[in-house]
Write a protein that binds this ligand. Structure first.
Ligand code: ADP
Ligand code: ADP
Length: 218
């Protein structure tokens, strides 16, 4: 479960997150929808302990990752698909992540298979398309077999087959009982991907609804 309570964050004069409260339960895909600049990444970064809130709280399975290090088996994250060192192969990137996190090397092959990169494990990440980088980022998020997943715009750069693939993957991860929060700035995409929608704008909560409920009103 992810719990965000009265969260506030400013960068200088910009209010990125404005008294935001919501929770994400396990067992379904929750979409985090809002236009660019709405505060989605900032919220995720605070949950992950990569940025500090000015006020309020952000917890993943009851833990606050501001002071303790976040183990990969507790929370997996995809934040920026371009963050991988361009000179590294997909395999080496994941292996070093695995080794520094106490994860066995056999898991590297498993996640490469799972994200459809088994044939390009030796290729350098700098030569990857954006879609392949997203897959590699996702492999990193899945490496620790985490109970909670935060994925920031994972669909960006994927072709239609890739988009369909990721939808199914997200559903199966959620069906295993994981907590899955996926951000996007595309309403049409989120309606197809998610069971529940948390919509924000200018850092504030606009709507928190199940997709079925929303569809019934149309
Ligand atoms: P989203 O993920 O919804 O596109 P962000 O969380 O990235 O939104 O950004 C929210 C707001 O905070 C934007 O106005 C953005 O410019 C600003 N912002 C985000 N990160 C920083 C930062 N490190 N320094 C200054 N401003 C930032
Ligand atoms: P298998 O197909 O081998 O049963 P699964 O992918 O269903 O594997 O789940 C195996 C592992 O996934 C578990 O050992 C656990 O670490 C992780 N897992 C799945 N769901 C959860 C959950 N809700 N909370 C924590 N871990 C989970």
């Amino acid at each position: 479960m992810i719990e965000v309570r009265e969260l506030n964050k400013r960068y200088g004069r910009t209010t990125a997150v404005d008294n935001l409260t919501f929770s994400v339960r396990p067992g379904g895909v929750t979409g985090f929808l809002g236009p660019n600049g709405a505060g989605k990444s900032t919220t995720m970064r605070i949950v992950l302990g990569l940025d500090a809130a000015d006020a309020g709280e952000a917890l993943a399975d009851g833990r606050r990752y501001t002071t303790i290090e976040r183990p990969m088996h507790e929370v997996g994250a995809l934040l920026d698909a371009n963050a991988v060192h361009p000179g590294r192969s997909a395999y080496d990137h994941l292996l070093s992540l695995a080794l520094t996190n106490g994860i066995g090397r056999s898991r590297v092959r498993e996640v490469l298979e799972q994200v459809g990169l088994a044939d390009v494990t030796r290729k350098r990440a700098g030569k990857f398309s954006l879609g392949m980088k997203q897959r590699l980022g996702l492999a990193g998020a899945l490496l620790g077999d985490p109970a909670v997943l935060l994925l920031d715009e994972p669909v960006n750069g994927l072709d239609p087959d890739g988009v369909r693939w990721i939808r199914e993957l997200l559903r199966s991860l959620a069906a295993e009982g994981r907590t899955v929060l996926v951000s996007s700035h595309l309403m049409s995409e989120m309606a197809l991907t998610s069971d529940r929608l948390i919509v924000i704008g200018r850092g504030r909560l606009i709507a928190d609804t199940s997709v079925r409920e929303l569809e019934e009103r149309f």
